[in-house]
Design a binder for this molecule. Sequence first.
Ligand code: SF4
Length: 402
Amino acid sequence: MKYNKKTECVEMSVAELCTASFSKVEYSKNDLDNTAISEVEKSTEGYIKNLPVAKKFSFEAFDIKLYGTVDGYFEKRDGVRVDFVKSVSHREFSGKIDEGYWAYLKCCAWLICVRDGLQVVYVRTVFRSAQSSEFKIAEKKFYLDELDVFVKALLPKMKFLIQQNVKHETLVRPSALDLTFPYEEIRDGQEEMMRGVASVIRKRRRMFAQAPTGIGKTISALYPSVRAFGKGECDKIFYFTAKSDTAREAYTAASKLFAVGAKLKAIVLTSKDSMCCSETAKKGGCRDARYCNERDCKLKKRYKDKAGAAVEELVSKQNGFYASVITEVALKHEVCPYELSLDLSELCDIIICDYNYLFDPYVRIKRYFENSENSDDYVFLIDEAHNLVDRARGIYSASVSL
Ligand code: SF4
């Protein structure tokens, strides 16, 4: 979601609107999904795939532009069909269809009805089994009135996020534009490094910096990145570290920037193991899906209903977030601290975390680094990058026990 300052309009995708209420569904498309869409296209006359749809409307004091992509659209004699096509596992293929898929379809169907002046529309979930390549199609019929009520009912849950997005562009970003350097003196080498960082962000290139200990590399990387954020040259700054003490240094550098007027938000992400507070998970480890699920962990039950208030409390309280404060608020609201830290990170501009969150394919934060439409606007600051060699060797090596 983004507030467009020029048009004074909040641009929100259908996926964002649905994710706020239906967390389990992955709306982005991968290669297998695209193959499935092409196969449906080949077998259906008049099929239009990947159709973009959008509609502007008012919600309270805000102008909203809701946009999405309809995987497939075609007309039959009795009416228009709108498809959501997905390649799914055998379990999902044979199980009940998640409400999140219907929610996405209802929003897209509403956009189509409004665009084409339709009173009724049919929506279809088209699942292709990743194992057998079989297709399973389920269809429902909706009237414009009920779709209208459905979409409008999802919006109040987005109100806080909408407000934060407007604030982000009108208050937070401008605060970084003319930010002064947070120390009295600029040490030897710092100016050169800062110029280099500013230049590569502007040109969207890479830079390797080698500098002696003690010149203040952390602030020399962070300060120009924050200024670039102020100019709109990037949207999020990720600071990757190998150790917790360097993460703390990066957090301290961010705090110095807050002290000279930057209104950005920074978060230090900590591993799931160390943030997990579930008693049941302690027996089997929170990485085990037998314990880390809605049925067995009370902190995951009704997470989506409770997390919004926890995020609101944290965001209204302060600019910087460490595991301790996140855990305290998470337990007060009875939600999973780890999940909360990830949700909170979406409202943060500086994310400080371990290398694994980007480089390890199993641990990588999906919401940012897999099929994210915003990933071109991220700046990656990789601290002590020489450590990556050993880390990568560990990540990409396999072992077997005999
Ligand atoms: S949901 Fe959170 S608190 Fe519960 S087991 Fe999983 S990681 Fe632990």
